[in-house]
Design a binder for this molecule. Structure first.
Ligand code: NAP
Length: 331
């Protein structure tokens, strides 16, 4: 497995990370035993980066990962954890809290659920509009000093916030959506990260499965499945987006690879400072994703992909309106 350092002072991570969110209901029901087997298969393949959030299934995702890693030596995996999102017992999303006391509280629960004594990369899931980023990052820097977390990351914040955060303490990576059909970071956010030596852990590289080559219009999103609310999966938009996938399929077939592998390889080809997080929750999907590491895209391939899916080609926004309103990266 190819490894790289995350940011100037971050940990050595595998060239692909495993995002575990889908294992806790965000994309409808998931099979617990298969989820754990997928985490084990990823670690066996040399993936060492596991991404989660304390609010994924209200702690379910951390407890699942905790079970998967309990007999595995600590040096074999890195835990990247997001905190701050406030949930309700009815599954609602109720804003964000990144006050220092709240962070210490979230972290205490996270360490217990995961069954570990430190988190490798800890990050606010979104900017809390009521707390200056300097205060949040300052609290995280104190937790680094105390040994409870090793590195600080950010998620879905814009260039100005990134600069302010980096002025307080070293930032390993920015976690943000980046894919063939979500290219918003290219104009300002990615250049800012590059200037500051902050890497990207890219999520949604398959646009939640939409550009995986496996999604069909007839797939009905189960209750609570994000895709049931995502503008890109809605009637009208989904047809236009799946037409783009068929363009990609032609390119994939000429290279003897799959659509998902082309989509992941495209993200990886945008720079060594970009680590795709794949959201596999089954071993077959994981195997397919990891196959992307062997796909070499030539300049001609990249040009053909750009013609097939030009920047801005997707129909529909990447999140529903109400969630976009919380995203500093979209301001
Ligand atoms: N920082 C943030 O704001 C944020 C937001 C979202 C996610 N994340 C993190 O990023 C990770 C990845 O994001 P994501 O789950 O949205 O990404 P994704 O990789 O774009 O979508 C994952 C979904 O695509 C489908 N899929 C089809 N073929 C696949 C294949 N070969 N490999 C993997 N998935 C395939 C799967 O759905 P089916 O299983 O239904 O086929 C899977 O659940 C998450 O797990 C989470 O840790 C972070």
């Amino acid at each position: 497995m190819e490894m790289r350092r995350l940011g100037k002072t971050g940990p050595q991570v595998s060239a692909i990370g495993l995002g575990c969110m889908g294992m806790s209901g965000m994309y409808g029901p998931a099979d617990r035993a298969e989820s754990i087997a997928t985490i084990h298969a990823a670690l066996d393949a040399g993936v060492n980066l596991l991404d989660t959030g304390d609010f994924y299934g209200m702690g379910h995702n951390e407890m699942l990962i905790g079970e998967a890693i309990k007999d595995i030596p600590r040096e074999r995996y890195l835990l990247s954890v997001k905190f701050g999102a406030l949930r309700g017992p009815d599954n609602t999303w109720n804003g964000y809290d990144s006050r220092p006391a709240a962070i210490r509280n979230f972290l205490a629960y996270t360490l217990t659920r995961l069954g570990v004594d430190h988190i490798d990369i800890y990050r606010p899931a979104r900017l809390d509009p009521n707390v200056p980023i300097e205060e949040t990052v300052g609290a995280l820097a104190d937790l680094v000093k105390a040994g409870y977390i090793r590195h600080i990351g950010l998620s879905e914040v814009g260039a100005e916030t990134i600069r302010r955060a980096a002025g307080v303490a070293p930032i390993a990576d920015l976690q943000i959506e980046y894919s063939l059909i979500s290219r918003g970071i290219e104009d300002e956010i990615l250049p800012t990260c590059r200037e500051l030596g902050i890497d990207i852990t890219a999520y949604g590289v398959l646009s939640r499965g939409l550009i995986s080559g496996h999604w069909q219009k007839e797939n009905a999103a189960a209750k609570g499945d994000f895709r049931g609310f995502s503008p890109r999966f809605q009637e009208g938009n989904v047809d236009r987006n799946l037409a783009l996938v068929e363009e990609l399929r032609r390119i994939a077939e000429t290279k003897g690879v799959t659509v998902a592998q082309i989509a992941i390889a495209w993200v990886a080809a945008q720079g060594k400072d970009i680590v795709p997080l794949v959201g596999a929750r089954r071993r077959d999907r994981l195997r397919e994703s990891l196959g992307a590491l062997d796909v070499k895209l030539t300049a001609d391939d990249l040009a053909a992909i750009e013609r097939a899916v030009p920047k801005g080609a997707a129909a529909g926004a990447r999140y529903p309106e109400a969630q976009l309103a919380h995203m500093d990266s979209e301001k």
